[in-house]
Ligand binder design. Structure first.
Ligand SMILES: N[C@@H](CCC(=O)N[C@@H](CS)C(=O)NCC(=O)O)C(=O)O
Length: 288
């Protein structure tokens, strides 16, 4: 490994807005809104403001799963938030999520409407509200939440660490790629050992733990994030791979995957979803 570096940290860090990398134009060291913008509100009980990144896809998969069970109260409008254009810093969005990150949800079926941010909180809110994908037995519920919170704590090493330095950073830094590949592979091994003895992450049933974990770790091994499956030797995690393939086959997962998606094949892109028929009529291969 090359240990050379000509960088010495200054006494006090200052913001260099041109530090480079794929997301340099939206990264800032301060919170809050940069501009006034009212968010659109559709006619459905739930208003989702999102983008089809792994964190966004968690919520659209759960909503499609709830709808597939016949739960009409899970009907939603999914509005597109273009994070590359800075939509997450508009005043209306910041009112819902002061952390300026997708996904963000407003539940208009409550008085007053309830704001929900952080994907884990949104999954828990919706699962509790509709009594689905979260076991009611105390021990099984705790095991499901163990894995939900595991995902919330672990995925930043995969996304912000591994994904950033492997796919997005302006230079390939061996130290950073080594450090986060090591941790990502350790996490895949945690999942592989759990899935060796369980059909789903938290036991015998499909829960919000699977819905939280699949968009990150399932997509990593299926090579639909970061194009890194070969690099992390995804095929060696046989139980994770089998689980990821099984979940990919679910109709609700196939639908949720397309919502607020602005990249990939045109037939996989449904920029906004306002009703179920949008999947038949409004994907980019039909309207683009
Ligand atoms: N812990 C948050 C993370 C959300 C997150 O990082 N969202 C990213 C997209 S995956 C985002 O909105 N980034 C925009 C930005 O950082 O300005 C969650 O799970 O909801």
């Amino acid at each position: 490994m090359n240990n050379e570096s000509d960088y010495t940290p200054p006494k006090v860090w200052t913001w260099d807005a041109d530090s480079g990398g794929t997301w340099a134009s939206i990264n800032r060291p301060i919170a809050g809104a940069t501009h006034d913008k009212t968010l659109p509100v559709g006619r459905q009980p739930l208003q989702l403001y999102s983008l089809a990144t792994p964190n966004g896809v968690k919520v659209t998969i759960l909503l499609e799963e709830l709808l597939a069970m016949g739960i009409e109260q899970a009907e939603y409008d999914a509005h597109l938030i273009k994070i590359g254009d800075g939509d997450q810093f508009g005043s209306g969005f910041v009112d819902i999520n002061p952390n300026s990150k997708i996904p963000a949800l407003m539940d208009h079926s409550t008085t007053p409407p309830t704001r929900v941010f952080e994907s884990g909180s949104i999954l828990l809110y919706l699962a509790e509200k509709h009594g689905a994908f979260l076991p009611t037995d105390a021990a099984a519920r705790t095991e499901c939440l163990n894995w939900l919170f595991w995902q919330m704590g672990s995925a930043p090493y995969l996304g912000g660490g591994f994904g950033h330095f492997y796919a997005y950073a302006p230079i390939k830094i061996e130290y950073c790629i080594d450090r986060f590949t090591m941790e990502t592979k350790r996490q895949l091994d945690v999942l592989d050992r759990q899935l060796a003895n369980h059909a789903y992450i938290a036991g015998d049933t499909y829960t919000i733990a699977d819905i939280a974990i699949w968009p990150w770790y399932g997509q990593l091994v299926l090579n639909t994030v970061y194009e890194a499956a070969e690099f992390v030797d995804a095929g060696s995690y046989t139980h994770v791979m089998a689980w990821a393939e099984k979940i990919r086959e679910r109709d609700a997962v196939k639908r949720g995957y397309k919502v607020n998606r602005t990249f990939g094949e045109p037939e996989t892109q449904l920029h906004e979803r306002h009703e179920a028929s949008d999947f038949d009529t409004n994907t980019q291969d039909k309207v683009g």
